[in-house]
Design a protein around this ligand. Structure first.
Ligand code: SAM
Length: 217
């Protein structure tokens, strides 16, 4: 089945219509086959305007949110990116087309394994995935030009600020376990941080040492 028409409609009606203009992001969203990243029973919803269950009480992010977070990083293609919460691997695949190297951390090994297989199938060899607690970042590979966190945090973990390069951008949802505000934090040349609120959002919780201790609130 050819999903390119569904993908084009998704980009026009869900992403461009909501104001995402970055052409590289739009092109990446047109290319990545989201239907490969959803469960077989949900194929008919692969290009719908929604997050969808992927097992383990986790979700593949809504296409608009993937595009908006990617655009908020303002990538030109040379960057090294840290992604927290690999999930299905869909956001990683989009980032793979937008930046030079992606370091992605997922705490649930079955999800990380499935994402690895899909990214290998798509020959996206610039994505490194490891299983672990992403709230501590990936110190060995820091600093990062961009950090994208795809799970809701109670606050901004200091580790992310430390592991950001000068001029680097951190995009993450902060709030309670029901709803969050998507923040963009940019590291300035003097080491200070400029914070900006982008929009309201709703993500599964970021669970770990510097996140929530569990997902029961
Ligand atoms: N963007 C992903 C996609 O498109 O499929 C979806 C990410 S899903 C909303 C959030 C993911 O974050 C879940 O897979 C969850 O297991 C993971 N997660 C939560 N806390 C984490 C942590 N401390 N370290 C790494 N991954 C974590």
């Amino acid at each position: 089945m050819d999903y390119s028409v569904s993908r084009r409609r998704m980009v026009e009606q869900q992403i461009v219509a909501r104001g995402v203009k970055d052409q590289r992001v739009l092109d990446a969203m047109l290319k990545v086959p989201r239907h490969l990243f959803v469960e077989a029973g949900l194929l008919g919803h692969a290009y719908s305007d929604a997050s969808l269950p992927i097992g383990e009480k986790q979700t593949i992010s809504q296409p608009y949110m993937v595009a908006a977070m990617s655009a908020a990083l303002e990538l030109i293609g040379t960057e090294r990116i840290l992604e927290i919460g690999t999930g299905s691997g869909y956001q990683s695949a989009v980032l793979s087309l937008l930046a030079s190297r992606i370091y992605s951390i997922e705490r649930i090994s079955t999800l990380a394994g499935r994402a690895r297989r899909l990214l290998d199938q798509l020959r996206m060899s610039n994505v490194n995935i490891k299983v672990g607690d992403g709230t501590i970042g990936w110190k060995d590979q820091a600093p990062f030009d961009g950090i994208l966190v795809a799970a809701g945090a109670p606050d901004v973990p200091a580790e992310y600020l430390e592991q950001l390069a000068i001029g680097g951008k951190l995009v993450l949802p902060v709030g309670d376990q029901q709803q969050q505000i998507l923040l963009r934090v940019v590291k300035q040349a003097d080491g200070s941080f400029q914070r900006e609120q982008l929009m309201g959002c709703r993500f599964v919780p970021l669970i770990g040492e510097h996140g929530w201790r569990s997902d029961v609130g």
